[in-house]
Structures are given as C-alpha cells and as structure tokens.
Design a protein around this ligand. Structure first.
Ligand code: FAD
Length: 324
C-alpha cells in the first residue's frame, strides 16, 4: 500500500473551491439587438463572472457574428469567453479553421457540441463529424499542433450533459455513457441542458458519478419568468416545463408578480442544485440581464473579490459618452 499523499493531507486543500458563475449569450441578429446586448454585457460584467459562453448556430450561418462577438469580448471587456462550436453545419476542415481562429483571438475555452440536426431531415454531408466526442478529439488535435503557442494556457473543453433524457437517446443511462465517453476523449467539464424540477440535477449527478464521470457538471439554469420562452424551449429541447409553474405564471396579474414568481422558482432550482453539490451556476440569459441579476441577487453567491472594479464594458461606455 502506498503512503497517504502529503498533498491530500494539506489543511488548505480541505475546503471547497469557490463556486463558479457564468452566463450564456447568443450572437446578435440585428444592429438593434447588438446595441442592447452590449448594455447587457456591461451589466453582467459588473458581477465578475468566471466566463461567458457564446452560442453557435448549428447551421454554421452565424459563424461570422459568433467569432466577432467572442473577439470583442476578449479585446474590449474583462470577460473570458467560452465559445460554443457544433459539428453540424461545418466540415472537419472548416471546424479546424474555426478552432484556429478562436485560439488566435485568445479564446481558451470551447464547448464542443454536436448541434441540433436540421429540421428538414437533411443528412449530414459525407465525412462530417458525427458526435460531440469527435469534435473534442479534433479540438485536442489542433491544440496539440499549437502546443508551443499555448504555454500560457491550454484549452478547456466543455460538453453538454442532460438531466432529462436527450430526445434522440434510448435512455438516461445511455446519456451518461455518452458523457463518460466525452470525458475519456478529453472533456474537462460539462454544462447541463435546462431542467425544471429540483431533483433532476441531483439525479444526474448521482448517475454520472456512479458511472465514473468525474468532471465538474455545472447546472445550466434559465430564469423561469417567461411562459412563451419556457414553452418554446420545451419544444426545442424536449424538456417539459413544470405544469404547476406555468399555471402560477399564467395566474399572475402583473408583470412584476410574474417576475417575482419566476425568480423565486429559479432560485429554488439553483439552490437545490447547489445543495446537491453543484460546482457553480451557468445562467441562460437570452441576452437579457434583468432576470438573471434578480436571480443572482436572491442567491447571494459568495464571489471572489477581483482587483479593479471598473469593468471593460463600463469603461468603454464611459469613453463613448465622453466622445459623444
Ligand atoms: P452528442 O453528445 O454527440 O449526442 C447527440 C446524440 O447522439 C445523443 O442522443 C447521444 O445519446 C448520441 N450519441 C453521442 N455519442 C454517441 C455514440 N458514441 N454512440 C451512440 N450514440 C451517441 N446547439 C447549437 O446548435 N448551438 C449551441 O450553441 C448550443 N449550445 C448548447 C449548450 C448547452 C449547455 C447544451 C446542453 C446544449 C447546447 N446545444 C447547442 C444543443 C445541442 O447541440 C443539442 O442538444 C444536440 O442535440 C446534442 O448535442 P451534444 O453535444 O449533446 O451531442
């Protein structure tokens, strides 16, 4: 038997790590949307998140706006972007180019996804990557080729995890096998799909740990304040919103009351995940900061103090005011 590790016995390592905080944004679809997005970015930046993720359209159609948003986040704010990337809609050659482009602008985190299959039933082109697992391997290959350029920080690769069965999967057990396979291919962490029942994150965590998944699984939580959004997301992801919550939101007589009900339900969901051992929270913002910040206020997550309170986006805003 080997002697106990001196590192394990070190008292400073016994405490829990700080909780991670992150947000999801999507690339703006119009100049007006871009303007409001930058207000949202400044508001979110003031909360010192650990990273913000930027979605990628599975058709590959928003490649330009996605990479541009990520580039501006790196260059104009203090935020660290996590760039989503999908197998669907791009050839492996194009994907290798995009990965290179992301690394060149300074990105060090990529969320490797398969992407949703096109609704018209069109089959993927010959030679395209089939699963997120293939994309992880491609990212690692590109990274390896650039090892000498990455001495000051390698790439963190994230993947999707599912508290409720993925619509194309035969079972939740299969989803966990897939998550384990993604870990073996080099995934460093996972972020979950939305979920609407307090016990679902804890159950995923139990299934995953039993199967040998050791990477952090961050719960993805959406502010549950909009009936339209909940219903639409339910259709897109196959995750059924809780009928009791929809009933309560429908019965609310004012927007303020609906917001209060939705924020309280979101806080319950987030607290249940944290109680189950979540290493942090990933908030789906839908490019709006108000509800996300309401949730954050109520949760009162301990946040590490970062030097320099003036954020990049706030600084840029002040600069613009001076110039105008
Ligand atoms: P995979 O892990 O490849 O799984 C896809 C399906 O194939 C599953 O049913 C799985 O069970 C099965 N499977 C996987 N590997 C194997 C295998 N080796 N053998 C047999 N079956 C297998 N979509 C976007 O288009 N853009 C985004 O920016 C985006 N961001 C997202 C962020 C998060 C946090 C999450 C949770 C989802 C996101 N999605 C996004 C949606 C995602 O693309 C879909 O859920 C998609 O249907 C599956 O993606 P995946 O990466 O989980 O795929």
């Amino acid at each position: 038997m080997s002697p106990p590790s001196l590192i394990d016995a070190h008292p400073n390592l016994a405490g829990a790590a700080p909780l991670a905080l992150s947000y999801e944004l999507f690339p703006p679809r119009s100049p007006a949307a871009a303007e409001t997005l930058w207000t949202t970015i400044a508001e979110l930046e003031a909360t010192s998140p650990d990273y913000v993720s930027v979605t990628y359209g599975a058709s590959g159609s928003n490649r330009g706006t996605a990479v541009e948003l990520v580039r501006r986040l790196v260059q104009e704010t203090s935020l660290r972007p996590l760039a989503h990337l999908t197998c669907v809609g791009n050839t492996p050659q194009e994907l290798a180019e995009i990965i290179g482009e992301l690394l060149d602008v300074g990105v060090r985190g990529i969320l490797a996804l398969r992407g949703d299959q096109p609704r018209d039933g069109e089959l993927p082109a010959d030679g395209s990557l089939r699963y997120a697992q293939d994309l992880i391997e491609l990212i690692r290959r590109v990274e390896q080729r650039r090892s000498a350029l990455l001495c000051a920080g390698k790439v963190a690769v994230g993947v999707a995890a599912y508290p409720t069965r993925h619509p194309e999967s035969p079972s939740e057990a299969h989803d966990v096998e897939v998550l384990l396979a993604k870990q073996r291919s080099g995934a460093d962490f996972a972020i979950t799909q939305v979920f609407f029942h307090t016990e679902q994150y804890a159950q995923l965590l139990t299934r995953a740990r039993r199967a040998g998944v050791t990477i952090p699984i961050v719960p993805g939580v959406m502010p549950l304040t909009s009936i339209r959004r909940l219903t639409r997301l339910g259709e897109l992801t196959g995750v059924e919103p809780a009928p009791e919550l929809i009933e309560k939101l429908s019965a609310a007589e004012t927007d303020a009351e609906r917001n209060r009900i939705g924020v309280a339900a979101t806080v319950d969901l987030a607290n249940a995940a944290l109680d189950a051992g979540a290493p942090g929270l990933h908030l789906y913002t839908f490019n709006e900061h108000a509800s996300a910040l309401d949730v954050l206020d109520k949760l009162a997550l301990p946040r590490p103090h970062r030097a320099g309170n003036r954020t990049g986006a706030a600084r840029r805003g002040a600069g613009q005011q001076l110039a105008s």
